[in-house]
Design a protein around this ligand. Structure first.
Ligand code: GAR
Length: 210
């Protein structure tokens, strides 16, 4: 089974979805470590409740991004993790870190990339009047919210949606999409070829109804 390190900054609901997937018999991955850059992240309690090893690397305690990331890399390597999953990890990572973990570092983003990189994606989707929104799991490259797409899940934008109602619909889709994509990568069914992911699996595009 592929060993995962999960990096979080907050409540950890995507991490929780991965914990539940890894508990299923036959799932091709297991969680070796959960790391938070925030000591107060709610996800840490959820990880501990699941009996997982956790660590806090508080970015505020480091002079430079490089020093912070060196500790992250040491911990991830010491845990023997082969795949690093960003799950609501809200620190930008340097090109050196991203290149060190090239094709072994994946992220979930709450929009259908390349639309709406960055923050406040649900608000921006409503303002733009798009009729489909969703989430993306992708291999991480040095440019923010960019990299070979492993899978996407789309949800409708409904009349009267607020950023909260739309965000909740997208979050439910995230909880389906992230485990599906980790499964593809961990089982070797999704591989990077140049700048795209090749897979013949059926789950790389999900349409999820409200
Ligand atoms: C998720 O919606 C995730 O897609 C988003 O933060 C939320 C974390 O929730 N990530 C980003 O915006 C990354 N830039 P969670 O802690 O409950 O998984």
């Amino acid at each position: 089974r592929t060993k995962l390190a999960i990096l979080i900054s907050g409540r950890g609901s995507n991490m929780q979805a991965l914990i539940e997937a890894c508990a299923q018999p036959g799932f091709p991955a297991e969680i070796a470590l959960v790391v938070s850059n925030r000591p107060d992240a709610g996800g840490l309690d959820r990880a501990k409740a699941a009996g997982l090893p956790t660590a806090v690397v508080d970015h505020a305690g480091y002079e430079t991004r490089e020093a912070f990331e060196a500790v992250l890399t040491d911990l991830i390597e010491a845990a023997g993790a082969q795949l690093v999953c960003l799950a609501g990890f809200m620190r930008l990572l340097t090109a050196d870190f991203v290149n060190h973990w090239r094709d072994r570092l994946i992220n979930i983003h709450p929009s259908l990339l390349p639309a709406f990189p960055g923050l406040h994606t649900h608000e921006r989707a409503i303002e733009a009047g798009v009729k489909l929104h969703g989430c993306t799991v992708h291999f991480v490259r040095a440019e923010m919210d960019n990299g070979p797409i492993i899978g996407q899940a789309a949800v409708p934008v409904l009349p009267g949606d607020t950023p909260d109602t739309l965000g909740a619909r997208v979050l439910a889709a995230e909880h389906q999409l992230y485990p599906a994509c980790v499964k593809l990568v961990a089982s070797g069914k999704a591989r990077v070829r140049g700048d795209v992911v090749k897979t013949d699996a059926k789950v790389d595009g999900l349409l999820i109804n409200p």
